[in-house]
Design a protein around this ligand. Structure first.
Ligand code: AMP
Ligand code: MN
Ligand code: MN
Ligand code: MN
Length: 278
């Protein structure tokens, strides 16, 4: 079984890379990609554990990008985590995250949350500061009952602590991933709230900019959604990927190891990993 989209505590996942690999093995995964947000620092540890267990591990990343004004996530799969261009792109992204974190903290303080940045940073390995870290802090402080309501009340677009980020442009994200030897894939295409027309527009732009794949199955995807995306995949001649977007046993309880299969007509990205598309 394969899972090509997972997170460790190097971004907003709850497990260490070692624990993630162990967990994946216990769920019957034989090919796993670690795809932390804007970070490849967990890959080495994940590799060591995967080698111990005889599991195949792919180095990956989930890059935050801008498509026009719309923030999107592009997965880079099977890349060289030591690539210089990639490292410099990720350093810029992390700096943008740091600057945004200061902005979020300022806004939360205006809402009466004292020392928001320090409290958030004290919560774990937070080289990559994400909004879920702020959400966890708000829950711990008793401001919100759970992560979802922290997003709903403070952190989502249009809410008081939302700060826009100048992520890398999609075209640059795609070329950075390809130059590092990876396959660029649009993550969870149904989660951006795009109309069908806009979604087609995105796939057209993505393909024209050198993009190669789309996540057809992402966590719990309905049969209707799978049918829609796999048809789009075919008409734009893009490969199909499959991943749980796992963040930890407590946040996404039963998804890992329980994903649906890709429809027969899909060309799976795994076939291209060592092949002609790179
Ligand atoms: P960031 O990249 O720091 O903006 O954080 C994005 C991450 O926040 C996503 O990858 C999800 O894990 C999480 N997330 C986004 N929206 C929500 C939401 N409404 N409820 C819970 N988690 C969310
Ligand atoms: Mn996440
Ligand atoms: Mn994502
Ligand atoms: Mn993800």
């Amino acid at each position: 079984m394969i899972d090509l989209h997972t997170h460790s505590h190097f971004s907003d996942g709850s497990l260490s890379p070692t624990a993630l690999v162990d967990y994946a093995a216990s769920k019957g995964i034989t090919l796993l990609a670690l795809t932390d947000h804007d970070c490849v620092d967990g890959i080495a540890e994940a590799n060591t554990q995967a080698n111990k267990l005889g599991m195949r591990l792919l180095a990956g990343v989930e890059l935050s990008v801008l498509w026009g004004n719309t923030p999107l996530h592009i997965i880079g799969l099977g890349l060289d985590p030591t690539d210089k261009g990639l490292s410099s792109c990720l350093a810029t992204q992390c700096q943008a995250r740091e600057t945004r974190a200061e902005g979020i903290a300022e806004r939360l303080e205006a809402q009466g949350v004292k020392d928001a940045l320090n409290k958030t940073k004290q919560m774990g390995i937070h080289k990559v500061i994400t909004r879920p870290h702020f959400a966890q802090m708000l829950v711990r402080e008793g401001r919100c009952k759970d992560i979802k309501s922290a997003f709903k009340r403070y952190l989502r677009r249009g809410k008081p602590a939302y700060v826009r980020v100048n992520w890398v442009e999609m075209a640059e994200g795609i070329s950075t991933i390809k130059q590092a030897g990876g396959i660029p894939i649009i993550a969870h295409p149904m989660r951006y709230g795009l109309t069908n027309t806009k979604l087609q527009c995105l796939l057209g732009d993505f393909k024209a900019q050198g993009g190669l794949g789309v996540e057809v199955i992402s966590g719990f995807t309905s049969d209707q959604q799978i049918a829609t995306i796999s048809a789009l995949c075919k008409s734009y001649d893009l490969m199909a990927s499959i991943g749980s977007d796992f963040h930890g046993p407590e946040t996404t309880p039963s998804v890992m190891g329980q994903l649906k299969s890709l429809p027969k007509q899909c060309r799976c990205v795994v076939e291209a990993l060592d092949g002609e598309y790179k």
